[in-house]
Design a protein around this ligand. Structure first.
Ligand code: ASP
Length: 584
């Protein structure tokens, strides 16, 4: 038996017990006549004591030679500590060791294995197995486990069945590039790894499974913007015989359950907002509603004067910064520089100070009088002491820019408290999205999303206006998940694919299996998927999903620990009937 107890459970009530413990040497304090060792395992730290008077000489010497991260087993007696440590749960006791076995030695670790470590991110990733011994990483993994357990409990209690779907499949269009896997048995042919199990879960509905979920890996070969992973986990769900409200109710219930069980936070009904309103009020389809600072559109109160910049703009829009009138000229100039950074891309920013005495002072006083500025304040909801910041330009661009400014200011003002949770459903997304690069419409969600009833005809006349039965769940300004009611008949699916630019032959080649299935009695169905990594990070009050993934990849998609991706040898290529012809 390696251990009778773990390193986190012994208390004064165990005094005089004979115990066996195993774990890692966290620290050795050697006073010559006395040696203390902190023994660590997943559950905590227990202090071991060896002393000249009570410990045989050979064991004393052995203890003095223990190195950090040695794996040892000890037998001994639980005794009361002379000087207690109230900071750890086992701080009242220590183990007087009677037997010491070194189970394994360890090289000196490349960084300190403590809560605050001296190891940089890249180094910690290379030795992730050591990093996982640290509390912050270990606790995040345990936290993630708790969340997934609660997801499984909740959904199983609601009659959902977890079904596994294959990883070696054919491309599923979720808007990203596929990872592909060459097939040895089918020369020159490739599987794609699923961007999501989308078509399979729809086929499970045709198969009568009725309520499906899966905690599942998805793979998307995208350029890795900060905090994305090429492989990530979804809580993927689908339900048959449901309307949008049924789905929102179930997954609002799941989210509420998680907030309650995991965070102890109770939240009433989640607000719902139309996509168009989210864009108008926050310039963003995933607004952070923990704070106000809603947009005020100012075209009507700015385009009647000679200020050409505003007159030429499609949209003039502002926000009120609470207390912003206290900013110095220099601080405002810095803010203007901030919006002009290429990442934000505004050409400039106009502002109006709302003085305590009810007067206004703007950067465009030449064009606008006090009455005009009073209207700006009214529309942006600015109070005395605030600062109105105004951007102008093409609608989509200027909304994105002002949204970036809104988030930045809220962060600076401390309005984005990670302990506050503000969920929001955003609904009625456009079905299609114009892509400037390819000059074509793309499915905003995916090609299986159904248009709102009665809008099919609009596809021919005004495709950009067609709204979908699609919804996203947003939490604290992050998209946690999204889904839709699906198309479930072949004819509508064919129309949709035609509008996305698929020829009949291409549509058949790529999605024939799904369209065929729709001809054998497909029930009305819909679903959604939550991004588990991000959900866990947000519930954990943190920002980076990497911190909640046991073995994450870096920003270039590399696993620096196992050194992947890497070359394969010629024999492997030969087996796959592949010859490399690397372009660069
Ligand atoms: N498959 C979708 C996604 O991965 C989710 C859904 O529509 O259910 O975003």
């Amino acid at each position: 038996m390696y251990r009778s107890n773990n390193c986190g459970e012994l208390r004064s009530s165990h005094i005089n017990n004979e115990v066996t413990l195993s774990g890692w040497v966290q620290k050795v304090r050697d006073k010559g006549f006395m040696v203390w060792v902190d023994l660590r395992d997943r559950y905590g730290i227990t202090q071991l004591i060896f002393d000249e008077e009570r410990t045989p000489k050979a064991m004393m010497e052995q203890a003095q030679k223990l190195g950090r991260e040695f794996v040892i087993q000890v037998k001994g007696t639980v005794i009361e500590r002379d000087s207690k440590n109230p900071n750890i749960p086992t701080g009242d006791i220590e183990i007087l060791v009677s037997e010491l076995t070194i189970l394994n030695t360890a090289l000196t670790p490349p960084f300190t294995i403590e809560d605050k470590t001296d190891g940089g991110e890249e180094l910690r990733m290379k030795y992730r197995y050591l990093d996982i011994r640290r509390n912050p990483v270990k606790n995040n993994l345990i936290f993630r486990h708790k969340v997934t357990q609660e997801v499984r409990n909740f959904l199983s209690n609601q009659d959902f069945i977890e079904v596994e779907t294959p990883y070696l499949i054919k491309s599923t269009p979720e808007g990203a590039r596929d990872f592909v896997v060459p097939s040895r048995m089918n020369e020159g042919q490739f599987y794609a790894l699923p961007q999501s199990p989308q078509t399979f879960k729809q086929l499970l509905m045709v198969g009568g499974m009725d309520k499906y979920f899966q905690i599942v890996k998805c793979f998307r070969d995208e350029d890795l913007r900060a905090d994305r992973q090429p492989e990530f986990t979804q809580i993927d769900c689908e339900m048959a015989f449901v309307e949008q409200d049924d789905i929102l109710d179930v997954f609002e219930g799941l989210t509420r359950h998680l907030l309650k069980e995991v965070n102890g936070v109770e939240i009433e009904k989640f607000p719902r907002m139309l996509y168009d309103d989210a864009m108008r009020l926050y310039g963003n389809d995933k607004p952070d509603i923990r704070f106000g600072m809603e947009f005020g559109e100012l075209n009507a109160v700015t385009q009647h004067k000679d200020f050409k910049v505003f007159n030429d703009a499609e949209l003039v829009v502002g926000i009120a910064v609470p207390g912003g009138n206290s900013y110095t000229r220099k601080e405002i100039d810095k803010l203007i520089e901030w919006v002009k950074r290429p990442q934000v891309g505004a050409l400039g920013m106009i502002y109006s100070r709302c003085n305590e005495d009810g007067t206004y002072k703007s950067s465009v006083d030449k064009f606008y009088d006090q009455d005009d500025l009073a209207k700006w304040a009214e529309i942006t909801n600015a109070k005395a002491g605030d600062l109105v910041c105004v951007l102008s330009g093409p609608t989509n661009k200027v909304r994105a820019q002002l949204s970036a400014l809104r988030m930045e200011l809220a962060t600076r003002l401390g309005l984005r408290d990670p302990k506050v949770f503000a969920p929001l459903w955003v609904m009625d997304f456009p079905l299609l999205e114009w892509d400037e690069d390819t000059e074509r419409y793309h499915a905003m969600h995916h090609p299986f999303t159904s248009p709102k009833p009665g809008q099919i005809e609009l596809l021919d006349t005004n495709p950009g206006e067609v709204k979908a039965n699609a919804y996203d769940l947003v939490l604290n300004g992050n998209e946690i998940g999204g889904g839709s009611i699906r198309i479930h008949d072949k004819a509508t699916q064919a129309i949709m694919l035609k509008h996305l630019g698929f020829s009949e032959a291409d549509a058949k080649a790529q999605f024939g299996f799904l369209m065929d299935a729709f001809e054998y009695g497909a029930p009305p169905h819909g679903g959604l998927a939550f991004g588990l990594d991000r959900l866990v990070a947000i519930l954990g009050g943190q920002e980076t999903i990497r911190d909640f993934i046991a073995f994450p990849k870096n920003n270039s998609g590399r696993d620096v620990m196992i050194d992947a991706p890497s070359k394969i040898d010629d024999a492997q290529l030969e087996e796959l009937s592949l010859k490399l012809n690397i372009k660069s």
